[in-house]
Ligand binder design. Sequence first.
Ligand code: B1M
Length: 226
Amino acid sequence: MSHEDIIKSLFEETIAGNGPAVLDLTRQGLAEGMSASDLLFEALIPALEEVGARFERGDYFVPEMLIAGKAMSGALEVLRPLLADTGAESIGTFVMGTVKGDVHDIGKNLVNIMLEGAGFTVIDLGVQVAPEKFVNAIKEHQPTIVGMSAFLTTTMPMFKQNIHEITKAGLREQVIIMVGGAPVTQEYADVVGADGYAADASTAVRRAKELIEKRKADAAATGAAL
Ligand code: B1M
């Protein structure tokens, strides 16, 4: 199979939610020298975008979205070591979770993989993470950054509630807060009082590093402890 055929088949089998074929094609692509990011950005992610478009048009329903998502998650596990394995020293702890009421986790997991690849220690709180769970995780893990994902317009307001609870617990000053997810924008991030936003996983990594550098520079300028 040519590389082009692998991309095309991987795209189609992901849309069809054919988990075993998606796994085979992912492994075959890698065995034939294709990069993990080509498989991800040229086939797997576009396939889920197409699934979303079909859902919006009423051609697909929740079960189809679910099996396509599962097929993608299987491929992501195969790609994970290649995307995340840098052996780099930890540059900070990143607590991450999908907000309460939301079960989408593929995008969050991809951000986690990229963060691990960049040298972050990631504590993944999973999905449907309630505000008190974020608060407890900050107390327990003392992260540099707390990341929150929301994939539904109806769950985005949880960012504000989470930030409110973190502030109420007296922890807001000690963490950088980043938000993201398909419907989220920079404007929305500003409104809820987050420190940073990113539209995709690689931008999330870059933004996380920038925010840490900014915090260090601010601390150096004011003489405050980090
Ligand atoms: Co749902 N779903 N879904 N879904 N689903 C969407 C999100 C939707 C856009 C589909 C559509 O209508 N086109 C739509 C939301 C509409 C809206 O509110 N704006 C939708 C809906 C409506 C629903 C239900 C309500 C359907 C229903 O029940 N009637 C329901 C809600 C369930 C709930 O959460 N309570 C539901 C359920 C599901 C499944 C469970 C079936 C499944 C999820 C499986 C899983 O995640 N384990 C599912 C899926 C698969 C999708 C689509 C098709 C794919 C999502 C995905 O994984 N994308 C999605 C359509 C779409 O996105 N176009 C859709 C690929 C992923 C790599 O991209 O998630 O955007 P993304 O993540 C990116 C960025 O957002 C960013 O980086 C990631 C990687 O580049 N990012 C961050 C993410 N987190 C970040 C954090 C950061 C920074 C960047 O800093 C902290």
